[in-house]
Design a protein around this ligand. Sequence first.
Ligand code: LP5
Ligand code: MN
Length: 247
Amino acid sequence: MAYYFISDLHLDKSRPVTTDAFIEFISSIKNDARALYILGDFIEYWVGDDDDRHGLDKAFNALQHLSKTCPIYLMHGNRDFLIGERFAQQYGITLIHEPYSVKIKQHNIALSHGDILCTDDQDYLAFRQEVRSKDWQTRFLAQSLQKRIQTAEDLRIKSQQAMQTKSDALMDVNQDTVRGFFKQTETNTLIHGHTHRPAIHNHLVDNQHCQRIVLSDWHNQASYLKVTEHECELVTDDFIKTTTLIV
Ligand code: LP5
Ligand code: MN
């Protein structure tokens, strides 16, 4: 039996290969999964639980089916932070909010989408602060579905334009912020996504060895982290990396 971690699927009806890969992945873990953690950006974008035009019912039904045999935890990402309890309950999902820690055997593991670790990207952080406020969300969700979808589409274009002006270094995690996150959560393992730079990094925090495992996005293929006992395996289309969890 194993714990599975995935993120950044960006499911969208325009990319059926990824949706099929997800359904196949869910089917492949169903007899083996102790829990599934989805660490954000599960969906390309989400403008409210009342939006039923995703064309992703097959993927959602696969989750609901899995939820009968294993708990499914979902954390918000910067694309789908408006996923609410209505959607979660409909498909047997438990929403979790960061900073979130989970104990697996004797290992204390912190989970994050990863965007809050990218603190050099000040423009993004200012934007994030605004759209994560209760007031902004209440006003946004009161708009018509069509208007919300249009705003999200506009924002995707603005975001792509903004990202062309930002360096890779600026859009990666900030090392001091990562160290602070380990201290705040009192963990020595951190799993996150968002940057789409799958890797296993070592950090030294107050002379303690810590590990940061970065999940891959799903670009037409499944990729995941599988944790069994003390071992973990990070699987992408290009490589498989293994490590032993720190006690
Ligand atoms: O996800 P990814 O990796 O592509 O990009 C992020 C950051 N971009 C975003 C924007 C999302 O992609 C947009 C998704 C829309 C879904 C939301 C649904 C709810 C509707 C919201 C409507 C307002 O998160 C990008 C980071 C990058 O990761 C790397 O970390 O740099 O951040 C930006 O590009 C943000 C810009 O720097 C600043 C935003 C300018 C747009 C201002 C328009 C204001 C609209 C009104 C909102 C208050
Ligand atoms: Mn993201």
